[in-house]
Ligand binder design. Sequence first.
Ligand code: 6R9
Length: 602
Amino acid sequence: MTVPSASPVMRDYGSVRAGFDWRRARARLAGLPGGGVNMGYEAVDRHLLEGTGEHVALRCVSREGTATSLTFAQLADRSSRFANALGTLGVARGETVFTLLGRGAELYATVLGTLRAGRVLCPLFTAFGPEPVRLRMDLGGARVLVTTRALYDRKVASIRARVPRLRHVLLVDPGDGPLPDGTLSLPELMAASSPDFTVTATDPEDLALLHFTSGTTGSPKGAMHKHGAVLAHEVTAAYALDLREGDVFWCTADPGWVTGMSYGIIGPLTLGVTTVVDAGDFDPGRWYTILAEEKVTVWYTAPTALRMLMRLTPRAGSGTPREQYDLSALRFVASVGEPLAPEAVRWGQEALGLPVHDTWWQTETGAIMIAGFAADPVRPGSMGRPVPGVEAAVLRCGDDDRAAVTNGHVRVVDAPGVRGELALRVGWPSMFCGYLHEQHRYEACFADGWYLTGDLVTRDADGWYWFVGRSDDVIKSAGHLIGPFEVESALMEHPAVAEAGVIGRPDAVAGAIVKAFVALRTDYTAGDELRRELLAFARKRLGPAVAPREIDFESDLPRTRSGKVMRRLLRARELGLPEGDVSSLETTGHARGTSGGSEEQR
Ligand code: 6R9
């Protein structure tokens, strides 16, 4: 095994940044033999050509804790079989394959087979209930779903008839006995397929991935990404996660979200490093054991996970993780998804022997945009600086906490310490190329050559960025984005609910939990029994990841004159904060049952 070199991939931020150019960086990719770029080819095939096919690509840790290795050559074999199976099933180029899968070798064969075949991959979160699964498959025009038997029975069978375009459901664990109606056995299909496959000639502009994310209003948004994004995955995995040959990398993100794709699969495989794939759930002992036994060198995790570890394990004295486990291989720890408190950075230093480096990005950006790099001393509480090739800015905001756009122009704030909207200059390769079927919503994200992120930040005199908050009502709970509108809509399906407003209530571990305020129809009475019923009703539809944890009954919800629930005010009242500008608040009576919409945002 190659031992990773001791110094960071990027030794000097200033000089790398000054000399960086995406066009020249393109030489880092292998590229398809006949021209073009394919994400799956970069992640798998290039290693076979470079003679490292026998290198371990995946270390799959089962729920029981046993680990098995899969080489790049084996990954090529399996994903080729999957790609050929798609051809046999008549799935056309550009059609979409959905996954509803936890972490395991089948997920990698499916994702990489789909990408190598030039089909589009859309991952779903296994903690979604039937309704979010149905909605996303329907919006995304799912042709194929790959899932497990248990997940099919629990979340798909009941909604299948309402996803008319879905033609094939492939079960990774068909088990014994007859298969559920309308499903196929993936192992059988794979066994019957050839392991020889020539990667489809895709262009950097061809669609590769679809990731659903949540907005304030309306349906979830399908952020589309192109094959050419792989260049940003590769570059950022090297510069921001400090990954290099010989590393053993562990990304704890769920594969249903963008981090699990960009850094759980594509980035590290492209660099040829070994990736740990843990099928189990969060458990401190299990996690420290994996870090030690797999000799993980680079660890990418999330603030919620760190907070859970901080609560459960001593940070100093005897019994600290670094005393109990051999963490000597660990070299770099990074986090993403939520603000990383200085406390967590310090905990890392004491308990693991390494500070935690923050990284900032979004589903829409496709890859890490801002990071605290390995060569720089950590500034606890800061997200870091823009990665080479990315130009960031703070834009002056209007009263609505969004960048003020006057005659198509924005104002960049140069002075340090001023709060404004974080914007990124258009032009990095993993920028999303659209919201599926929603061109207007896509266009509203841009002004004056900038992509407007919707996050509020400040920048210090040295160019380091500091997170302030989101400018919209979207909730980040345990690192996952939840759209309040999706939750409100589900609650309003219940006959007792006249109106619902949903907010994120701050929580010490999850960052925020979903809290709903509900106004009842006249013939229903508020009480614990109805509250329990509504909680169960929402949980059954939405699943544990999205459903509200708390419900309060209100006789009246604050509404704007146009009849939208003012979530901002619900949040201010819940937290005992000043109510701010309430000039648009409706003061006389209320227009019940007119719409399920809430305070409008971009
Ligand atoms: C990768 C991912 C994006 C939103 C983003 C911001 C929040 C992400 C953060 C952070 C503070 C960080 N966010 N990283 N907030 N510090 N380092 O999480 O994508 O699920 O689309 O969420 O998450 O609000 O706008 P996504």
